[in-house]
Write a protein that binds this ligand. Structure first.
Ligand code: HEC
Length: 153
C-alpha cells in the first residue's frame, strides 16, 4: 500500500513539473536574445571546424581567398548582401561569373555534403569572422532558403 502512495506521489509531481514547463516560454521571452547569443557562439565554434574541413583549402584560413581563383569571404559584399544565396552556394556549389568587391570571378565551386544545420553553422562562422558582422544565421532560415534554391547555383 505504501508503495502505491509513493508511485502516486511521484506521478503527481511529474504532472506538476510538466505543467509548469509549459508556462516557461512566455516567462523566458525576455531572455530570448541571450539564448541567441549562446547559439551564436555555439554555431561559430562548430562553424569554424566545418570551415577548416570544407572551405579553407580554397578561401584560405584568413578568408581572403586566393588570387583570381577563389573569392574572399572576409568583407565580401557578395556574401553579406544575400545570405539565402550564400546558403545555396555552400550547399549546391556554383559556377558562373560573379563580382566580389569589384573583382570578377568565374570558377567552379563544388557543392558540400553537409547538413542544413552545418550550413547554418558555417555561414554563422564566416558571417562573423574577419570583421564580418552578420549575426546568427538560424537553421530554420537555412531550411527555407535551401528549399527555394533556384537553378544556376
Ligand atoms: C574547391 C574550392 C572551393 C571550396 C572547397 C569552397 N569554395 Fe566557395 N567558392 C569557390 C569559388 C571558385 C567561388 C566562385 C564561384 C563562381 O565563380 O561562381 C566560390 C564562391 C563562394 C561564395 C560566394 C562568393 C563570395 O566570395 O562571397 C561563398 C559565400 C562561398 N564560396 C563560401 C564557401 C564555403 C562556406 C565553403 C565551405 C563550406 C566553400 N565556399 C568551399 C571555391 C571554393
Amino acid at each position: 500500500m505504501k508503495k502505491l502512495t509513493y508511485i502516486l506521489l511521484i506521478s503527481a509531481l511529474a504532472v506538476a513539473c510538466g505543467g509548469s514547463t509549459s508556462e516557461k516560454p512566455e516567462k523566458e521571452a525576455s531572455s530570448l536574445s541571450s539564448r541567441d547569443e549562446i547559439r551564436l557562439k555555439q554555431y561559430q565554434v562548430q562553424g569554424a571546424k566545418i570551415y577548416a574541413t570544407y572551405c579553407a583549402n580554397c578561401h584560405q584560413q584568413d578568408g581572403k581567398g586566393l588570387a583570381s581563383l577563389y573569392p574572399p569571404l572576409a568583407g565580401s559584399d557578395y556574401l553579406l548582401e544575400d545570405m539565402a544565396r550564400a546558403a545555396c552556394i555552400v550547399k549546391n556549389g556554383q559556377s558562373k561569373e560573379i563580382v566580389v568587391n569589384g573583382v570578377t570571378y568565374n570558377q567552379m565551386m563544388p557543392g558540400n555534403p553537409i547538413t542544413n544545420l552545418e550550413v547554418a553553422e558555417v555561414l554563422t562562422f564566416i558571417g562573423n569572422a574577419w570583421g564580418n558582422e552578420a549575426g546568427l544565421i538560424g537553421v530554420k532560415d537555412v531550411d527555407k532558403w535551401i528549399d527555394a534554391c533556384g537553378e544556376g547555383y
